[in-house]
Design a protein around this ligand. Structure first.
Ligand SMILES: O=C(O)CCC(=O)C(=O)O
Length: 281
C-alpha cells in the first residue's frame, strides 16, 4: 500500500494518485457483481455502442428487487475509509456527486472505439472559454476510481488541473466546433504533450482531478470493469447539481453503516435546497 505521504505528493504535483491494492480480490468480486447487475439492466435498455460508460448507478430503478447492492455500494463510497482518504488528500470535506461504471465496448462496430476526446470536466455545457475558466478557478472535483479488472484506459496530463491550457493543448482539446460534452466519437487521436497513460491492476484505485486534461481509450477487449465515483469540494457548482437518485428514500439511508448514513445525510442537506428549487433534477 502506498503511504499517504507518497499519495499526497503525487496528488499535489500531478493531480492524481494511485492506491495499489485498495481492494482485495474478494471485495473486487463483490462490488463488481453489484455493478454488473446494474450494467446488465442498463444493457437491456440500450444498444451496444451507445456510450463509453454508464452513470447514475444509485438510481432506485436498479434495485427494485434487491436493495442490498445499493446499500453495499453506498457504504463503500460514503464510508469512512474512502472519505477520510480523499479528505486527507484534497484537504477539504468532499461531497458526493455521481457514479459511473466503465466497461469494455460491447461491439466492434461501436463508434467509440479507439482514443476518446481530450477534455476537462469543466468544459461540459460550457461553450464559452471564459465560463470554463471561471469554473476551473472557482470549483473543485475529483474522480475516485476502483478497477475491478486491470485497466489502462485513462490518459492524463499531470499537473494540468490547476492551470489553463497552453495554446497547443487548447488547440487539441477545444478545436473549432468542439463537442463540449466530449461525447462525439473521436475523429482524431491527437497526441497531447506530456500526457501519461495510467495502468491500474485489479484492486487498485486512483484519484484524479476532474479538471485535469484527460481522456479514455475504448476497445472490446480486454474486459474493463471500473467503478468511478465523482466527488466535489469547495463552493457548490450550480451548473452541476447532482440528482437526488435514491437519496430521498429514507428506507435506503436507514440501512447504511452509521458513518455512510451521516455522510449521505450531509449530502442531502447540502443539495436539498437545490432539489426543492428545481424539482425533477
Ligand atoms: O477512463 C476513461 O475512459 C475516461 C474517463 C473520463 O474521461 C471521465 O470520466 O471524464
Amino acid at each position: 500500500m502506498a503511504t499517504v505521504a507518497a499519495m499526497s505528493a503525487s496528488w499535489n504535483s500531478e493531480d492524481y494518485a494511485i492506491l495499489p491494492g485498495f481492494l482485495d480480490a474478494d471485495a473486487c468480486r463483490h462490488y463488481r457483481a453489484i455493478c454488473d447487475r446494474i450494467y446488465e439492466q442498463w444493457c437491456q435498455a440500450h444498444p451496444p455502442g451507445y456510450t463509453t460508460n454508464i452513470a447514475f448507478l444509485t438510481d432506485e430503478a436498479y434495485f427494485q428487487r434487491d436493495k442490498s447492492g445499493v446499500t453495499d455500494l453506498l457504504n463503500l463510497i460514503g464510508g469512512r475509509a474512502v472519505i477520510a482518504l480523499l479528505e486527507t488528500l484534497v484537504g477539504a470535506p468532499v461531497r458526493f456527486h455521481n457514479t459511473q461504471y466503465f466497461t469494455e465496448q460491447r461491439s466492434g462496430a461501436s463508434p467509440y472505439l479507439g482514443a476518446g476526446n481530450w477534455h476537462r470536466d469543466t468544459q461540459f455545457e460550457a461553450p464559452d472559454l471564459a465560463l470554463e475558466q471561471r469554473r476551473l478557478a472557482g470549483t473543485q472535483s475529483a474522480h475516485f476510481r476502483i478497477a475491478f479488472e486491470d485497466d489502462d484506459c485513462l490518459e492524463i496530463v499531470p499537473g494540468s488541473a490547476g492551470r489553463w491550457d497552453t495554446p497547443e493543448e487548447l488547440a487539441i482539446r477545444r478545436p473549432p466546433d468542439t463537442d463540449v460534452w466530449a461525447r462525439t466519437p473521436q475523429t482524431t487521436s491527437d497526441t497531447m504533450p506530456g500526457a501519461r497513460r495510467l495502468a491500474l491492476k485489479a484492486g487498485d484505485a486512483v484519484i484524479f482531478h476532474a479538471w485535469s486534461i484527460h481522456r479514455g481509450h475504448y476497445a472490446t477487449t480486454p474486459v474493463r470493469r471500473s467503478l468511478d465515483v465523482i466527488y466535489a469540494w469547495g463552493p457548490i457548482a450550480d451548473w452541476a447539481i447532482p440528482t437526488p437518485s435514491c437519496f430521498q428514500n429514507h428506507g435506503i439511508l436507514q440501512k447504511l453503516h452509521p458513518d455512510a448514513r451521516q455522510y449521505f445525510d450531509g449530502f442531502v442537506a447540502a443539495y436539498a435546497g437545490h432539489w426543492a428549487a428545481a424539482p425533477g433534477t
